[in-house]
Design a protein around this ligand. Structure first.
Ligand code: LCS
Length: 395
């Protein structure tokens, strides 16, 4: 759908989705802050509704500023088209509502973002939808759970917050062999580091709240489809459910997106150094970071990603108590949930982002009470290291 598909990633991230505005030729795209669009005539309005003519009708159904963001992300993910949503969870729930019907079954990664799992287990279950959340790094395990009514394989790779990966190409092959759709939440990698559609996935989604916007000032989501058919199915449900993005929100996300590659590269450089430093620190028991050769899926990361990213999880030798002491002691790193922004954030998933998941389920999926999650930002590496060092000295 995007006009600039042939340029390199560095160029597409800056230009994709933008057409100079026809009135003032503004270099920054205009914010079409309108809920509705005037028809030229009764006939024109009717033709827009039947689809005989293309154009904008009403912002829940489409808007030029939102379209610019959708075209840009569709280009980065190499998809047919994208749909921007009011939050990442609006993207997740639209995907579930589109591809799961009454009595359907889905298989998902055990260590998903808490709400993406909780909505299935506590809400969709009311519509007869059943699920198995399992270790999706294990293909045999996935194979065992496929049933006649399984419709969807839903993975996060790397997963929040365990950093466990799934082999996306192998998952796609298995899913398609059994008639399932493969949906990948690509939030942790961002389109800069991983393109699941190229690896065989059918649909990709992001919480754009994170890396794509990158400035910790907007909540939003986006869904990218490989084919027109999938896009139209998702579009119909999104427009009926109403979880569409707002034009001002889209403009902010598009502004953030333009520096995505620069931010991802700088944060990744910091994360690689911090992960190496943490892994040799006397107070640190373990580090999960796909850029360390000690990560069990280091080879898979090199195969399917262009880099390990900037999310790290780790545990201290002093366990839960020491971890809490650390997050209460840091001064430069901010104690907050969310991730993927220019500033470094630290949090405790068991009591924060994943507290909606019961303790037993959490622990089975690797989200132990001692796990601390670090979203590494774009500050100077030495300042981040010194801040963590002074915090670790208190643990
Ligand atoms: N997918 C992933 C991988 C996420 O990490 C999140 C939010 C969502 C979807 C939902 O997106 P939202 O509606 O919040 O835009 N993750 C969060 C986290 O780890 N800390 O705070 C929110």
């Amino acid at each position: 759908m995007s006009e600039k598909k042939d340029f390199q990633l560095d160029t597409r991230v800056i230009h994709a989705g933008y057409h100079p505005d026809p009135i003032a030729r503004s270099v920054s795209p205009p914010i079409y802050q309108t809920s509705t669009f005037a028809f030229e005539s009764a006939e024109h309005g009717a033709a827009l509704f039947t689809g005989q003519e293309q154009g904008f009708i009403y912002t829940r159904l489409g808007n030029p500023t939102i379209k610019a963001l959708e075209e840009a992300v569709a280009s980065l993910e190499k998809g047919y088209a994208a749909l921007a949503t009011s939050s990442g969870m609006a993207a997740v729930s639209t995907v579930y509502m589109t591809f799961l019907e009454k009595d359907a079954h889905m298989i998902g990664t055990a260590a998903l973002y808490g709400a993406s799992r909780t909505i299935v287990e506590t809400e969709l279950v009311r519509f007869g939808i059943s699920s198995d959340f399992i270790d999706t790094s294990n293909l045999e395990e996935i194979k065992k759970r496929i049933k006649k009514n399984t419709k969807l394989l839903y993975i996060e790779s790397p997963a929040n917050p365990t950093m466990v990966m799934a082999d996306i190409a192998a998952c796609a092959e298995l899913a398609h062999k059994h008639g399932l759709l493969l949906v990948v939440d690509n939030t942790f990698a961002s389109p800069i580091l991983q393109n699941p559609l190229e690896l065989g996935a059918d649909v990709v989604l992001h919480s754009v709240t994170k890396f794509i916007n990158g400035h910790t000032d907007v909540v939003g989501g986006i869904i990218i489809s490989k084919t027109q058919d999938l896009h139209l199915r998702l579009k119909k449900v999104l427009h009926l459910l109403g979880g569409t993005m707002d034009p001002h929100q889209a403009w902010l996300v598009l502004r953030g997106l333009r520096t995505l590659k620069l931010r991802v590269e700088k944060a990744q450089e910091n994360a690689q150094k911090l992960a190496q430093w943490l892994s040799t620190h006397p107070k640190v028991a373990w580090v999960n970071y796909p850029g360390l050769p000690s990560h069990p899926q280091y080879e898979l990361m090199k195969k399917q990603m262009r880099g390990p990213g900037s999310m790290i999880s780790f545990g201290l030798k002093g366990g839960y108590e020491a971890g809490i002491k650390l997050i209460n002691s840091v001064k430069l790193c901010t104690l907050a949930v969310s991730l993927g922004g220019i500033e470094t954030l630290i949090q405790h998933p068991a009591s924060m982002t994943h507290s909606s998941v019961p303790k037993k389920t959490r622990e089975e999926s690797g989200i132990t009470d001692d796990l601390i999650r670090l979203s590494v930002g774009c500050e100077a590496y030495e300042d981040l290291r010194d801040d963590l060092q002074q915090g670790l000295e208190k643990c």
